[in-house]
Write a protein that binds this ligand. Structure first.
Ligand SMILES: [Fe+2]
Length: 314
C-alpha cells in the first residue's frame, strides 16, 4: 500500500482548450488530471460515446491515499450515507455502525472501525460517498470541475480485494471518470443490462485499469469492475449533466416564486377547469417571457454541485 502523502492541490487550475466540439465546453478542466494533451483529445473524442483508457497525471493519483482512508475510518466520524461495505451485493452481517462515547455522552450511528476491518477481511468492498463533503482535495477538485462543466461532480472511493467489486452490472446517472490510485481493476462495459431470459450480454469493452491510469465510462453505459490485484483503490468522479427535468424545475421555480402560499385551484370541476385554463395561458406567457440564456443559467445554477467553495479560515 502506498504511504499517505499531503493533500494535492489539483483544483482551480486553468482549463485547457477544448479539443473537440463534441465535448462539453469545460472538458479542458479535466486536463490536469490527465498525463498529456493527447489524453484530453482522446477523452474529448470518447465523451458521451465510448469507454476509453487514459494516463493519469501525478496529481490525480495523489488525490486520495490509503492513509487518508485509514484516518477517516479510525476517526469514526462517518455515518450512514457516507460509508458502505458491500459483499456480493449485500451489506455484510453485523453492520458497520455502532455507538460512540463523547466524554460520557453516548451517541449512536457512527462507523465502528473494528466492524469495518472485519467486513473487509470477509472480502467486502469499502465504498465512500461524496468524500468532497469532508476531504479538502476532493472538495476543491469537485467544485472547480462543477463550475467548469456546469454539472454535478461528486467523488466516491472504492476499495476492493482481489476478485471482488462493489456493485453488479449497473448504470449510473453520470459520466464515470475513474482514477486508479493503487492496484488494478478489470472493467467491463456492456451494451445492455442482464435480464432473466438472456443472462448477461457480452461486454463491448473489457479493460484492465492499472495504477496511474484513468478509465472513462460514458453516462448510461452498463458496467461492473472487479479487483485484479491484492487490493484495488480507485476514486470515481461522477459527472452528471442537468437532466430535462432540471430545466422544467428551474422554470417552474421562477414561475411559482411569485405565488402566495395560499393560492388554490379551488371550487367545482368547472371552476377548477377555468382556473387551469387561465393558469395555462399564464404559464405559456411566462415561458415565452424567458430567454433560453436566462433559463439555462437558472437551471445550471440550481443544478451544479458542490454548491459552495471549500472555505478557508485564514
Ligand atoms: Fe458505476
Amino acid at each position: 500500500m502506498p504511504a499517505s502523502s499531503g493533500q494535492p492541490d489539483i483544483a482551480g487550475q486553468r482549463a485547457a482548450a477544448v479539443p473537440s466540439s463534441l465535448a462539453p465546453d469545460g472538458l479542458g478542466a479535466l486536463r490536469h488530471l490527465l498525463a498529456s494533451d493527447e489524453d484530453l483529445t482522446r477523452l474529448a473524442a470518447a465523451w458521451g460515446r465510448s469507454p476509453v483508457l487514459l494516463s493519469a497525471s501525478e496529481a490525480a493519483t495523489r488525490l486520495v491515499t490509503f492513509g487518508d482512508i485509514e484516518t477517516w475510518i479510525n476517526a469514526g466520524n462517518l455515518r450512514t450515507g457516507q460509508i458502505e461495505l458491500v459483499l456480493d451485493g449485500q451489506h455484510p452481517p453485523g453492520g458497520i455502525f455502532g455507538d460512540r462515547n463523547f466524554y460520557g455522552r453516548k451517541r449512536t450511528g457512527y462507523v465502528d472501525p473494528a466492524k469495518v476491518q472485519a467486513s473487509l477481511a470477509r472480502g467486502a468492498t469499502l465504498e465512500l460517498y461524496t468524500i468532497e463533503d469532508w476531504h479538502a482535495g476532493s472538495a476543491r477538485l469537485c467544485r472547480a470541475l462543477a463550475l467548469a462543466l456546469r454539472a454535478q461532480v461528486h467523488a466516491f472511493v472504492f476499495l476492493s480485494r482481489l476478485g471482488r467489486g462493489g456493485r453488479k452490472v449497473h448504470r449510473d446517472a453520470g459520466h464515470t471518470f475513474v482514477i486508479q490510485m493503487a492496484g488494478s481493476k478489470i472493467w467491463e462495459v456492456f451494451d445492455g443490462l442482464p435480464d432473466k431470459d438472456n443472462g448477461s450480454p457480452a461486454p463491448i469493452d473489457k479493460t484492465r485499469v492499472g495504477t496511474e491510469q484513468i478509465y472513462y465510462v460514458p453516462v448510461g453505459s452498463p458496467h461492473r469492475a472487479l479487483a485484479d490485484s491484492k487490493y484495488s483503490l480507485h476514486v470515481t468522479l461522477s459527472i452528471t449533466e442537468p437532466p430535462l427535468r432540471a430545466l422544467v424545475t428551474a422554470w417552474a421555480g421562477s414561475f411559482t416564486s411569485a405565488f402566495r402560499q395560499t393560492q388554490w385551484i379551488s371550487g367545482s370541476r368547472e371552476q377548477r377547469l377555468a382556473e387551469v385554463q387561465d393558469w395555462t395561458e399564464k404559464m405559456i406567457a411566462s415561458l415565452r417571457g424567458h430567454s433560453p440564456e436566462e433559463l439555462l443559467d437558472r437551471m445550471e445554477n440550481e443544478w451544479i454541485e458542490p454548491k459552495a467553495d471549500w472555505i478557508s479560515l485564514e
